[in-house]
Design a protein around this ligand. Structure first.
Ligand code: ARG
Length: 459
């Protein structure tokens, strides 16, 4: 088969070479964006009198037919036609005759593919932002139910201080808030039209780039034609923001996995988000959380791979850049899927408040409270720390906790102790008193929920 660019060639490449060079197996994903870009381009060509109204209208009808077929998955792509652009051009000329060849006036596949990818990523970034918002909603909703549910807070995965479960969930809410902001910010630089930059240097035709940009919903146009066709920063920014989303989800995955283990038993995942074992009948595995943790690796991989691909590339287009697509598609699919899974998992999980309550009464995470108590009565903190350390040791030897220790022992350790320590030591008092801004005190958590709601309403 003769190539659409076959004019200066005397022989055809072998099929397997064509297959190696072709991008159609994956860039067919961009079919709708490619047609959308062409429709804007042809409208602009007519508006600038580069094509007649009749020519433009014939091409438009042809493109619309192709769009219909694409939506019904009726286009029979061929590796011989290399990529989505040449495949569509071939379908178009088959549909409307040689006039279809006029569509490519004043543009190149280089600005065409850049336009397609901007359109694609803009749409999916907006969809992912929406998904992030849904997940924030789910976190906020669970947080509202669990303001006064207390869990052990950890550092080094050792019990540190009791905290409100809502406070823990809200930590992820705010991570996602930053993720949302990063995606939103990246849209500014993504929302720029490369169309009309030509192969690299612009075109001799009197085109109107602002008009085609406007038709495609872009805010502005690239100022420099070389930059327009060579820029893939917008994909990198998306991948970087996506990597951070996955890193956050992966941390939450790890917590969900721990929390749903028999050892913690803080939450039970809904059956939809867990799987059984083919051999061990008792098992309920947190597979979806594990899978999200695992998928984080490929999203990082796609990011590093594109950075590496672009490193050292001379301007302008190089065929290396054809390799920019699969990682982008994969990142979109993976991030969307992972956020959706997490939204469902959070919405439907059962929180074992009784286990949490029991656990927060069976540890020494209220020890700091006791040291603070002595310090507030004038004992230097270092000495207070020592006194409480000894009391903890006494408890460990007797197999009890600080709340179980008789007053006599407290009095013996320091005359500053009064009966009120039993209230001070209660996990709910410990949490409630952490009332500094952004702390876990119930009052603060209630405020945080309100600011969370406001943040969501403003989106
Ligand atoms: N399939 C190509 C890609 O994805 C489209 C641009 C081709 N341009 C070229 N000059 N060969 O990168």
């Amino acid at each position: 088969m003769t190539k659409l660019w076959g004019g200066r060639f005397t022989k055809s490449a072998e099929e397997w070479v064509d297959a190696f060079g072709a991008s159609i197996p994956f860039d067919k994903e961009l079919v709708e964006e490619d047609i959308e870009g062409s429709l804007a381009h042809v409208k602009m060509l007519a508006a600038c009198d580069i094509l007649t109204t009749d020519e433009a209208s014939t091409i438009k009808t042809g493109l619309e037919t192709l769009l219909e077929k694409a939506k019904k998955d009726e286009l029979d792509y061929s590796v011989q036609n290399e990529d989505i652009h040449l495949n569509l051009e071939k379908f178009l000329t088959d549909e409307i005759g040689p006039i279809g060849g006029k569509l490519h006036t004043g543009r190149s596949r280089n600005d065409q593919i850049a336009t397609d990818m901007h359109l694609y990523l803009k749409k999916h970034t907006e969809e992912i932002m929406d998904a992030v918002k849904q997940m924030q909603q789910a976190l906020l909703h669970q947080a509202e139910q669990h303001i006064e549910t207390i869990i052990p807070g950890y550092t080094h995965l050792q019990r540190a201080q009791p905290i409100s479960f809502a406070h823990h969930l809200l930590a992820y809410f705010w991570m996602l808030e930053r993720d949302y902001g990063r995606l939103q910010d990246s849209l500014k630089r993504m929302n720029v039209s490369p169309l009309g930059a030509g192969a690299l240097a612009g075109t001799t035709f009197p085109i109107d780039r602002h008009y085609s940009a406007e038709l495609l919903g872009f805010d502005s146009i690239y100022e420099n034609s070389l930059d327009a066709v060579s820029d893939r920063d917008f994909i990198l920014e998306f991948m970087s923001a996506s990597s951070m989303i996955m890193m956050h989800l992966s941390r939450l995955s790890e917590e969900m996995i721990l929390w749903s283990s028999q050892e913690f038993n803080f939450v039970e995942l809904d059956d939809t988000f867990a799987t059984g074992s083919s051999i061990m009948p008792q098992k309920k595995n947190p597979d979806m959380a594990e899978l999200v943790r695992g998928k984080t690796g490929r999203v990082y991989g796609n990011f590093v791979s594109l950075l590496t691909l672009l490193k050292g590339l001379p301007l302008a287009y190089n065929k290396d850049m054809q390799e920019d697509k699969e990682g982008m598609f994969d990142t979109v699919t993976t991030v969307k899927g992972s956020i959706k899974i997490f939204t469902g998992m959070i919405e439907t999980m059962t929180v074992n408040t009784d286990v949490m309550a029991k656990e927060t009464h069976s540890d020494f995470s209220n020890a700091t409270e006791l040291a603070d108590y002595l310090a507030s009565k004038g004992l230097p903190f270092r000495e207070a720390h020592e006194v409480v350390g000894k009391l903890v040791l006494t408890c460990i030897e007797r197999g009890i906790y600080l709340l179980d220790l008789p007053m006599a022992d407290y009095k013996q350790a320091s005359s500053l102790f009064e009966e009120d320590i039993y209230d001070v030591l209660k996990p709910s008092t410990v949490v409630a008193r952490r009332n500094s801004a952004g702390g876990t005190g119930f009052e603060q958590v209630r405020k945080a929920i309100e600011s969370g709601k406001t943040a969501l309403q403003q989106k």
